[in-house]
Write a new protein. Structure first.
Length: 367
């Protein structure tokens, strides 16, 4: 470990700034003006870090390179030396611990301010909050109140009290078990009549990311993601218009990742954990999905919409064969012909009659 490496590591954390409040050789790292580290530039071989008192004692007993920090309250602060017996991995862990110890003591107001900060170390600006009524609502409020919100700014919540789906449907999720997020785009190049393209690139990104963990995923028109006959992901996309074009688009997504049991009356939920028997890093999945969305958004911006439409139709749930559906006139058997550019689903029934449906005008019968 060296001074520059540890400095860069500290600065990579959300809300961190550096300053020299004491002298010109003591570099102080703060998160929202609260100090969590001091790097000694004169000796260039140590960092002072906050630590839980009991853990501080244990560390000093086990490592010659960890002592009570000079000029600090030694009950709460350790001095960690780079050139002794403390390896780089542990030093970074102790930086993380100090950072978290400071955040734990934030006032409610300061914590709210911290939660609202984007994490710029992520591939897109990321705001991680513990709880909200709806990530879509949170992001809509942010965009209304704050100028200059960047495209792809993403809000992810550990828990939603009233997550929304199409036409008021709700989404069940245990805290910290699943991926609940919203992100914003500003596709002012896209005409309102072509807004279904946003639904296509978002659903494709999620479906294709899930394909890397298991087989049998598909897109149930318009944008639910299914594994076999069970739902693993739902989304709600809300577009604002300016004239003939879309000025702002917020996509809210819920993906069942690590939940093992579902208690609601929803007929067919499933999680990635239930499918594979494995636990997953939610933020790794989110990162990969956002990278996929960014890539397809560039296709959309460049006008490569035929490729998007082709991939979408190929990925459709029950793309082949005759299946049961229900509309306002009752049940019928039909097969999928295509999805038109504006999002209309075209079916052909068993009498070879073509039928067209917009969202919520037709229901898949799963049983």
């Amino acid at each position: 470990m060296n001074v520059e490496t540890i400095r860069e590591y500290c600065l990579s954390k959300k809300g961190v700034t550096e300053s020299f409040p004491f002298d010109d050789v003591s570099l102080v790292m703060k998160v929202l003006d609260k100090m969590f580290a001091l790097i000694d530039l004169e000796g260039a071989n140590s960092i002072s870090l906050k630590c839980d008192p009991e853990r501080a004692i244990e560390l000093r007993e086990h490592y010659a390179g960890i002592e009570g920090a000079y000029h600090f309250n030694k009950k709460y602060w350790n001095g960690v030396y780079f050139d002794r017996d403390v390896d780089d991995k542990l030093i970074k862990e102790l930086v993380d611990h100090s950072y978290e110890e400071v955040i734990k003591k934030f006032t409610k107001k300061l914590r709210a301010e911290y939660d609202a900060l984007p994490d710029m170390s992520f591939p897109v600006p990321l705001i991680h909050i513990s709880e909200t009524n709806s990530t879509n609502s949170y992001l809509q409020t942010l965009c209304a109140k704050q100028q200059g919100v960047a495209a792809f700014t993403t809000v992810v919540a550990d828990f939603q009290t009233s997550g929304r789906g199409q036409r008021g449907n709700s989404w069940e999720s245990e805290p910290k078990k699943n991926l609940l997020f919203s992100f914003v785009l500003f596709p002012d190049f896209l005409e309102a009549r072509r807004q279904f393209l946003i639904s296509q690139i978002v659903s494709l990104a999620i479906k294709e990311e899930l394909d890397s963990y298991a087989d049998d995923f598909s897109i149930k028109w318009p944008n639910d993601i299914y594994w076999k006959d069970k739902k693993i992901c739902g989304m709600l996309i809300e577009n604002d218009l300016m004239g003939r074009n879309i000025s702002q688009s917020i996509s809210g997504i819920g993906i069942n990742v690590n939940q093992e049991v579902f208690h609601s009356t929803a007929p067919n939920p499933v999680s990635l954990r239930q499918i594979t028997g494995k636990q997953y890093d939610i933020f790794e999945i989110l990162k990969n999905i956002m990278l996929r969305i960014q890539s397809d958004y560039e296709l959309l911006r460049n006008g490569d919409t035929e490729l998007i439409a082709h991939r979408y139709e190929k990925a459709l749930f029950r793309k082949e064969g005759m299946h049961r559906y229900k509309d306002a006139d009752g049940e019928f058997f039909a097969r999928i012909i295509c999805v038109e550019p504006e999002g209309k689903l075209i079916l052909e029934d068993d009498a070879q009659k073509k039928r067209g449906y917009m969202f919520k005008e037709v229901e898949y019968l799963l049983i």
